[in-house]
Design a protein around this ligand. Structure first.
Ligand code: FES
Length: 165
């Protein structure tokens, strides 16, 4: 596990990262009008938006840091905390709730020992809930690595979590 995925940065990593930051800024012609698209690209690159990236954008594009934070916090899509390599999303919408999503969520919480919104200590998984995944007939539903699972058992979950590398 690289330290940067834990929110810790070594000087060598940061030098490498600064080159990546410049590439992304250049791709968008250093234009403040492309801030959202840039943030999307930075998040794709780092899996979250580290502070030093936001500081860098601010100083290079001459955008007040508070403006960048306003955008980054307005959209739920952006992560200002390190995330796990794999995302687990459990649907807590009405149809899934009626079909037992709380039990599914509890099984995952028990296995990974994290609550919704948290990331495992090894930064492998981040667990979230949403209000509908658009496939209510399959409920209760969980998504892991963009794959949908209908009401997986504890055994199935343990197998799935141990299989991802
Ligand atoms: S309520 Fe769960 S997928 Fe729609």
């Amino acid at each position: 596990m690289k330290l940067r995925e834990k929110g810790l940065f070594m000087l060598e990593d940061m030098t490498e990262d600064f080159e990546e930051i410049d590439k992304i800024l250049k791709k968008h012609d250093y234009s403040s009008n492309s801030l959202i698209q840039m943030l999307i690209d930075f998040q794709s690159k780092f899996n979250w938006l580290p502070k030093f990236v936001l500081y860098n954008i601010s100083s290079k594009l001459n955008i007040p840091l508070t403006n960048i934070y306003s955008v980054a916090t307005f959209y739920k899509f952006f992560n200002l905390e390190p995330r796990g390599k794999y995302s687990i999303v459990v649907c807590a919408g009405t149809a899934c709730h009626v079909r037992g999503s709380e039990n599914l969520l509890q099984r995952i919480v028990n296995i990974l020992d994290i609550n919704p919104g948290d990331t495992t200590d090894d930064f492998k998984f981040t667990l979230d809930t949403v209000n509908c995944l658009g496939c209510c007939a399959l409920g209760p539903v969980m998504v892991l690595n963009e794959r949908y699972y209908s009401n997986p058992s504890t055994k199935q979950l343990e197998k799935l979590f141990s299989e991802v590398k």
